[in-house]
Design a protein around this ligand. Structure first.
Ligand code: UN1
Length: 502
């Protein structure tokens, strides 16, 4: 699509370094346009260079020496204030988010709400951050463990949850006493700016949070490899995640990764089919299928496959595409032209695969005002076989594949037969089968009688296999990413005592 002229005069944003809004050294900017209507420019954001990254990391290193000594409950008080500010500005921030990334306003409000939840949850940890004491093996000796901050954390975040995911990283990093440099996705810097502005207003000191916006290959790579960074936390595609983890390994950085998914809803013959239908529609087409937890496979028991397939095609075909700011829209646009190309490419692959049939959707939607945006019709494929590419690879768009199974064991075998392991769900009324699936699914998240999306912040979030590298965000488990243990021994015997010897 030719670049359309802008309808609005765009604001110019700056990086946030050492508490100051700073122009990028190169003076280059990236235009952020509304994916629902590409005539609208949201703003121009710095295309940061390695020099900008260097300045941000230096500011974060400098700030670390003070911030780590602020008592954790005091750090948390600032975060509680940030949470209050987010509550006050929730609808303004959600509106900005819908404009910059397309998801419908209700879901954008949920994204801001997730950031609020995370902020309050983790701020509560300021008065816990529990360590432990244990018994020493020698007399008159005391042993304990405490959580310690790590240093400067590099945070690289995606566009699909542009406030929630930055909050999953920034808030626990800060409460543990670290300082951060965040590089938001080039498509959604504004929501990260809004989050940082709330933190600034709440009193987070200069240098504790720094933002450098820009391209992954330039700003992101410079950040992930910077010698002043001790930890890299990345959420995004599996390919980029691999590169991040290789460069982190070369320079000995701690690295936490959250990558792709190929999530599944399994529906047994005894399930409440209306409930399962609502779950599949929500899981597959919410956020236009652009969640790492999105339901992109539905494994249906053969006894009800025909009936459920018809129910799904009928309802999916009725979903209304449109600008997320209108309450008449059920599904917004996808993020950009590359996403359109990739998703349409998979729809083509699906059609070429032997036997798979499209029941509804399958095209870019360009009627009326939709032509100004990146809209793809909600698409349902039936008769999909487990080994087909559309049943194996992450599409990250409004496309769902129906696969038939014989029984629960067969469903689990299909469900586990992908390289990812983020989220899975089972619809059944049989408690025994629910527990069997809980035991046997190799995923980090599992739902019974609910869809694959909708994780809550106080439970661990993350996946097995190619989805991650063993870490969990959310829950108190996230503290294990952003702190290191220190074992402390106090010998009060007044004499030399030799462990393992005396
Ligand atoms: C993501 O898609 O990267 O569970 C995060 C959910 C949301 C988070 C999704 N709470 O769907």
């Amino acid at each position: 699509m030719a670049k359309p002229a802008s309808r609005v005069k765009s604001a110019e944003y700056r990086n946030y370094i050492n508490g100051k809004w700073t122009s990028p050294e190169s003076n280059k900017y990236i235009e952020n346009r509304n994916p629902a209507d590409t005539r609208e420019i949201i703003g121009r954001f710095p295309a940061s260079s390695p020099q900008d990254v260097d300045a941000a990391v230096n500011a974060a290193s400098e700030a670390f020496s003070k911030w780590r000594r602020v008592p954790a409950p005091r750090r948390a008080e600032i975060l509680f204030r940030a949470g209050e500010i987010l509550i006050k500005r929730k609808s303004e921030f959600a509106r900005d988010m819908t404009r910059e990334m397309g998801k419908v306003f209700k879901e954008a409000s949920g994204d801001v709400q997730e950031a609020i939840d995370m902020t309050f949850f983790v701020a509560g940890e300021g008065r816990r951050l529990h360590g432990f004491t244990t018994k020493a093996e020698l007399p008159n000796k005391f042993a304990m463990c405490t959580r310690e901050p790590i240093g400067v954390c590099a945070l690289i975040t995606p566009w699909n949850f542009p406030m929630a995911i930055p909050s999953w990283k920034i808030m626990p990093a800060l409460v543990c006493g670290n300082t951060v440099v965040i590089k938001p996705a080039e498509d959604t810097p504004l929501s990260t700016y809004n989050l940082a502005a709330a933190c600034e207003e709440a009193g987070v000191p200069a240098g504790v949070i720094n933002i450098v916006s820009g391209h992954g290959e330039e700003a992101g790579a410079a950040l992930a490899t910077h010698p002043g960074v001790r930890l890299v936390s990345f959420t995004g595609s599996t390919d980029v995640g691999r590169t991040v983890s290789q460069s982190a390994a070369r320079s000995g950085k701690i690295c936490s990764l959250e990558m792709g998914g190929k999530n599944v809803v399994m529906i047994m013959e005894d399930a409440d089919l209306e409930l399962a239908l609502e779950g599949v529609l929500w899981g597959a087409f919410g956020t236009s299928g652009q969640r790492c937890t999105a339901a992109s496979r539905v494994v249906v028991h053969k006894k009800i496959a025909k009936k459920f397939t018809a129910m799904l095609a009928e309802r999916a075909g009725k979903l209304r595409l449109g600008n997320g700011l209108s309450d008449k829209s059920d599904v917004g646009p996808v993020i950009n032209q590359d996403a359109v190309d990739k998703i349409l490419g998979y729809i083509q692959i699906g059609q070429n695969e032997d036997g798979a049939k499209i029941l509804c959707g399958g095209h870019r939607a360009e009627k009326g005002d939709l032509k100004w945006g990146y809209y793809i019709e909600p698409t349902v494929f039936a008769d999909v076989k487990p080994r087909m590419r559309i049943a194996q690879e992450e599409i990250f768009g409004p496309v769902v594949s129906l696969i038939e199974c014989r029984d629960l064991d067969h469903a689990i075998e299909i469900a586990n037969g992908v390289k990812y392991g983020l989220s899975a769900s089972l619809y059944t009324r049989d408690v025994n089968r629910a527990f069997q699936a809980m035991d046997n699914m190799f995923t980090g998240i599992f739902y019974v009688n609910a869809s694959t999306i909708g994780a809550e912040v106080h439970l661990p979030f993350g996946g097995t296999k190619a989805t991650g590298n063993g870490h969990r965000e959310g829950g108190t488990q996230v503290l294990d990413i952003f702190s290191e243990w220190k074992a402390i021994y106090v010998d009060y015997s007044g004499k030399l005592q030799r462990a393992q010897i005396d």
